[in-house]
Structure formats: C-alpha cells, structure tokens
Design a protein around this ligand. Structure first.
Ligand code: G6P
Length: 369
C-alpha cells in the first residue's frame, strides 16, 4: 500500500505533490512549440461556431463547481462571452435559458456524477453544444458531450479532490485562450505572455510545496478550533470557497468562505476573540480593499493568516502571520493560492486524527441525484 502511495502517508498528500506533473501533462501538447498559441484539437467547434456562442453555462458539483467559478472569470475576461454558473443539482430546476447558441461546459473529475450528467442531458436536449472537462476518458460525461477536454491528472484516489481541481483550472485557461484566439479578444503578445505564465506554474507549485512545514504549523493551531472563516475578493473569494470545502470535508472543522466586502453585512457578528480567519489577498486590483476588510476582523480580535504574493510586505502589518506564494498573472493565481489551502486541510485533518483519504459520510463519486 505504501508503494501505491509512492512513500507518502496518504493518497491526498501524494496527489497534492503530483500537481506540478498534472499541470504539465494537462498543458502537454496543447501548446504550440513556439509557445504563442494554444492547440486544442479535441475541441471540434469551427471558428464560425465559436463566433456564434452567445452565452456559456458552466455546470458542476462540489470541487468541480469551484473550478467552474474560476472558469467563469477566465472565459469572461479572455473571450468576453457572458458566463452563468450553476451547481448541477439546481440547474435544471430553474428553467435556464438554453438555446442553440449556448455553450454548456460540464466539469466532472469522475465523469459519472448523476446531477452533472442530468444537467448535460438537459443542455443537449435544449440544443446547446456541450464541452466536458473530465479526468476520466470514456466516462459517461465524456461519451455524451460533443467535445471533451481531458484533464491529465491521473487517477485521483483521495475523496478530497486536489489535483483534479487544479487540472480543471488549467483546462479552463487553455479553453479560454482557445476561444480568445478565435474571437480576437486578446493581443498576440498577451496570449504569449499568458502561455509563458502557465508554463511557469509547475515550478512555482514545487516552490510552495517546499514550504509545507510552515503550513503544517498553522494547521496544528487551527485544528483546536471549531469554527473559522476564509475571506477574499474576486478570484480569491472563489479559492476561499474551495479552501473552506477542503477543510470541512476532511478536518470536520466548520468554516465559511465569505466575500470579504460582504462580511460587514452580517457575518462580522460572528467574529470574536481568537477566531482564525484565513484572508486571501493575492489580487493586486483588490488588495487595498481586502486589507481594509482584514482590519475589520482584526479589530474584533480575529487571528488572521494572510495569503499574499511574494513581496507584498504591506499585508504583514495588517495580519498575524503571512504565507507568501510566488507571483504570477492575477488570473492564474488560483492555481497557486489553492495549494497552501489543500495542505492546510490535510494537516488539520491529520492533527485531528481523522481518516484523511476517506472522510466520514462522503463518497468519491456520487451517482445518485
Ligand atoms: C463528490 C466528491 C467531490 C467532488 C464531487 C463532484 O462529492 O466527494 O470531491 O468534487 O463529487 O465530483 P465529480 O467527479 O463530478 O467532479
């Protein structure tokens, strides 16, 4: 069994460490030799079909839904197409407006999640084209979609998803660039710059993994608490949601992810002396605003761990501890900022003596609606 885990204590830790490889494999031959274009041959849509897309619907469950939240920002920013996103169990029941100009993107690690599959069928029934982002070649979702972008993360065994999520992010970056190339919504130089930043991510993830002992110490402090908060704005908020889910799934510590600016409209009432708050402040354009929200929780006694880009020394003054991640383009930051949060969940679960790879009540793949 240890051999299966390649010397790691748990599949989750092994899979966290496999992320640099998963990023490289998912990018693989989908980037031109010259590094200035994405080549997503598996997407069979013609340029005319891409130009005809009026709206995108992203549908998924759990961690894949959180990847979809990032995907929405990526597609809107790079390709300037409006994107709606739903959890799959809600999608069909809100009478979504699906037409033949809708592109539906279903995201599923296993490709077998019942709700996601039902959403895919509904989108197809209404005439949408369906792109699947999945980790399992030949899965139900892969078979029924029109186009399949495989995430080459390799088998994921731990119930808490890590490398599948980050590979889904890579797939969204590639697909966003693919759309942008066709639509002409990005300058050639900007495309090349984004590709270069993508290719730098695996080494940056490796650098974060080297710092895992710092996260372990923080996790051991957190393990003694019953409640905590994750806050952030924009993409940081979406990553906060994934960090919070990860922690809940395997440590059983209750946590909430909150849009930092929304705290004062209610949740601030829950902040009391000593409560841990994990504050993500990686988005330069939102940095000052996030720092002022951090000050709001600090003033009420919260113990704040700040997650920031290297060199953002201003945050150090506002928080109790800082964990810094290497700099990348703001849009790509989620592929780095989630790594310390995965490690945090892992070590908190371990400190609490839980079964990390098989948390209570949860299944890897949910095939009932
Ligand atoms: C289950 C798993 C989650 C996963 C979700 C969606 O709840 O425990 O980790 O995110 O299903 O799974 P999928 O295979 O569709 O990505």
């Amino acid at each position: 069994v240890t051999a299966e885990k390649a010397g790691f204590d748990h599949f989750m830790l092994k899979e966290i460490h496999e992320q640099p490889k998963a990023y490289r494999d998912t990018m693989g031959s989908r980037i031109s030799q010259t590094g200035d274009r994405v080549e997503l041959k598996e997407v069979g849509m013609s340029a005319e079909q891409i130009r005809g897309i009026r709206n995108v619907h992203i549908v998924a469950c759990g961690t894949a839904f959180h990847a979809g939240l990032i995907g929405k920002s990526v597609i809107e920013k790079l390709a300037r197409i409006p994107v709606e996103i739903d959890v799959a169990s809600e999608y069909r029941y809100r009478s979504p407006i699906i037409t033949s100009d809708t592109l539906a993107i279903v995201v599923s690690q296993s490709g077998e999640t019942a709700d996601t599959l039902a959403a895919l069928r509904e989108a197809k029934r209404c005439g949408a084209r369906v792109v699947a982002i999945t980790n399992v070649v030949g899965s139900s979702v892969a078979r029924e979609a029109d186009d399949v972008i495989v995430t080459w993360a390799g088998p994921e065994i731990a119930v808490a998803s890590t490398k599948a999520y980050t590979s889904q992010l890579i797939a969204f970056y590639l697909f966003g660039l693919h759309l942008a190339q066709t639509l002409g919504t990005m300058e050639a130089a900007e495309i090349a710059q984004t590709i270069a930043a993508l290719q730098a991510l695996p080494e940056q993830v490796e650098a974060i993994l080297q710092e895992k002992d710092a996260i372990k110490r923080i996790a051991e402090d957190i393990a003694g608490h019953d409640n905590l908060f994750f806050i952030g704005r924009g993409l940081d908020y979406a990553v906060a949601m994934e960090g919070s889910l990860k922690l809940k799934e395997i440590s059983y510590i209750h946590s909430e992810a909150y849009a930092a600016g929304e705290l004062k409209h209610g949740t601030l009432a829950l902040i009391e002396e000593g409560i841990p708050v994990i504050a993500l402040a990686t988005q330069d354009a939102l940095f000052e605003k996030t720092v002022s929200n951090i000050k709001e929780v600090k003033a009420r006694g919260a113990h704040v761990l700040g997650l920031a880009n290297e060199g953002d020394h201003e945050l150090e003054k506002a928080v109790d501890e800082v964990f810094a991640i290497p700099r990348t383009l703001p849009l790509l930051t989620p592929a780095l900022s989630v790594i310390p949060l995965q490690l945090l969940a892992y070590y908190a679960s371990l400190a609490r003596g839980n079964d990390v790879d098989k948390p209570r009540n949860l299944a890897k793949s949910v095939t009932v609606e």
